[in-house]
Design a protein around this ligand. Structure first.
Ligand SMILES: Nc1nc2c(ncn2[C@@H]2O[C@H](COP(=O)(O)OP(=O)(O)OP(=O)(O)O)[C@@H](O)[C@H]2O)c(=O)[nH]1
Ligand SMILES: [Mg+2]
Length: 317
């Protein structure tokens, strides 16, 4: 391995926050040596427990993450936070809000916060987030909290890397639960109804219960519903307890390992797809794809043979 990577890894392992920041940037930006770095870090991973928190913009994810971080710090656990920033314009101010709110932690080296705005990035949002989590895990963090706006497949992929997924709902979402993407509802290990100080919290709870009665999870777990007022710290202890309950359940039922295997199976497919595509692209000149596309559109060649040909080339590489 590159000697620079080696020294970065040992500094990161000894708790150097700057080394941690540098390693995360390298992975995020796919700078030279990023893959070597991850290879060197991977053997040190597996310790951290990863929590994914997802919910609509403004539902109180950051406030809740902040409360949970405080809770774990009181328990002497170290925390890493990844805030996957939404690009939607009306949440643009939230990043600054996060900074201000998180400020009281900044003097505490036991909390490391990283905001990412990497939609459309080289590695893809879900993969980059997973790689950043790997770096945090290798740095010895006990807990990794990932905040993401629950809007699409990317988010489903992100929370899939979490051991525990928390879906945050709030009262007064119009048609409430129905407006939430079905995919997001299915991934919840725990439901939080935040802003329970607002009217309609009971209604959301009833709707979640009604929906739950319709489907039984294959792992036999019945996701609890925790009501919180994150801005006042109400319900944080209950949420932490629900998280601990699920972790115990996973352990007792021996599900944690199986879940991990499933996650890796999916992630391996993605990694392979990326790597193969990269290889294929490396064989072609910059305009090859465009040229091929034109030839196919003009019916000068068929796409099936072309793909076969390219794949053969990758194999012989
Ligand atoms: N009334 C009330 N307000 C809350 C509660 N939790 C959070 N808020 C407020 O709601 C606003 C949004 O909270 P955030 O924690 O930034 O929400 P978020 O989900 O992280 O938002 P994005 O990152 O923009 O998607 C802030 O002004 C919070 O103070 C709550 O339980 N009750
Ligand atoms: Mg936020």
């Amino acid at each position: 391995m590159h000697p620079g990577s080696q020294s970065l890894i040992s500094r990161l392992r000894s708790g150097d926050a700057r080394a941690l920041a540098r390693a995360i940037s390298a992975v995020e930006n796919r700078s030279a040596g990023w893959a070597e770095l991850l290879k060197g870090l991977f053997p040190h991973t597996g310790h951290a427990r990863i929590l994914g928190l997802t919910g609509s913009p403004g539902s109180g994810k950051s406030t809740l993450v902040d409360q949970l971080a405080k809770h774990y710090r009181q328990d002497k656990q170290t925390v890493g936070i990844i805030a996957v920033d939404p690009t939607s314009p009306y949440t643009g101010g939230a990043i600054l809000g996060d900074r201000i709110r998180m400020q009281d932690h900044f003097s505490d080296p036991g909390i490391y916060i990283r905001s990412m705005a990497t939609r459309g990035s080289l590695g893809g949002l879900a993969r980059t987030t997973a790689d950043v989590a790997t770096v945090l895990d290798a740095s010895g963090r006990d807990r990794i909290l990932i905040e993401t706006v629950g809007v699409g497949q990317d988010e489903v992929d992100i929370v899939r890397l979490a051991d525990v997924t928390i879906v945050i709902l709030v009262p007064g979402m119009g048609d409430d639960v129905q407006t939430i993407k079905a995919g997001i509802m299915e991934i919840a290990d725990i439901f939080v109804i935040n802003k329970s100080d607002h009217e309609g919290a009971e209604r959301v709870e009833r709707e979640v219960r009604a929906m739950q009665s319709l489907d039984m999870r294959k792992d036999g777990w019945s996701p609890p519903i925790v009501k919180t007022v994150a801005s006042q710290g109400v319900g944080t202890e209950e949420l932490a307890a629900a998280i601990a309950d699920y972790e115990t359940y996973l352990k007792e039922e021996n599900l944690a390992f199986r879940k991990n295997v499933e996650n890796w199976q999916e992630r391996l497919v993605e990694m392979l797809r990326d790597a193969m595509l990269e290889k294929a692209r490396a064989q072609m000149d910059g305009h090859a794809l465009e040229r091929y596309a034109a030839e196919i559109a003009e019916h000068k060649r068929d796409p099936y043979s072309l793909v076969e040909e390219i794949v053969r080339g990758v194999q012989h590489d």
